[in-house]
Design a protein around this ligand. Sequence first.
Ligand SMILES: Nc1nc2c(ncn2[C@@H]2O[C@H](COP(=O)(O)OP(=O)(O)OP(=O)(O)O)[C@@H](O)[C@H]2O)c(=O)[nH]1
Length: 195
Amino acid sequence: MSDKPLPPCSVLLLSGGRGQRLGGLDKGLVEWQGRPLIAWLHERVRPFTDDLIISCNRNADRYATWADQLVQDDSPDYPGPLAGIRAGLAVARHEQVLVLPCDAPKVDDALINDLLAAACDHPVMVRQGNFWEPLFCVLPRAVLPVLEAGWQAGERSPQRILRQLNPVAVDCSEGDPRLANFNTPDLLAHSPLKD
Ligand SMILES: Nc1nc2c(ncn2[C@@H]2O[C@H](COP(=O)(O)OP(=O)(O)OP(=O)(O)O)[C@@H](O)[C@H]2O)c(=O)[nH]1
C-alpha cells in the first residue's frame, strides 16, 4: 500500500441487476451473514467518500438509507451495468469515481487503496491474469462523453468500452477472494465471513 494521499472520490455501487441467479431477487437487498449485501459494501466504502452513489433499478426507497445519491435506470428492463455507470458518472461530485458491484462484500481496504492510488486520467481496472474486471474500477468523470457516444452507438459492454481507453491495471491473482461475487443462493448461504 502506498503512503500517497488518496484522491477525493465518489463511489458508485452498482445494484440495478436482474438477479436471475437469485430467482429475480433484488441482489443488493439480499442478506449475507445477517445483513443486506449493500450494507456490507456501504460499510467498506463509507470511509473513502462523502459521495456514495447507488445505482438501482427498483426499491429506491430502501436503498436510500445507504446512499448520498441514488440513480435509477431510465428503463425498468435491466439495460445492464453500463447504464448504471453512465448515470452514476453523470451525478458524481468528484473527478474520480470508484465503481464496485453490490455483490462483492469481501472487497477490502487494501484493494480500494490500490485502485484509488492509481487514479489518473485513464480508467483503472482490476485485472486477473488476462481478464479485466470492468466493475472493479476507478473512472475519471471525464470518460463520460466516450461512454455516452458508445452507448448511443449501441455499445452495452463496460469491458469493451473501457478497454479502448488504455486502462491502468491493478493486478490481482486469479481466484482472489476479495473479488468473489455472491450471486447465487448457494454462495450466499455457504460463503464464510473469513476465508
Ligand atoms: N444499474 C444497473 N446495474 C446492473 C444492471 N445489470 C447488472 N447490474 C449490476 O452489475 C453488476 C453485475 O451484474 P450481474 O451479476 O452480471 O447481473 P445481475 O443482474 O446482478 O445478476 P444475474 O441476473 O444473476 O446475472 C451487479 O452489481 C448488478 O447489480 C442494470 O440493468 N442496471
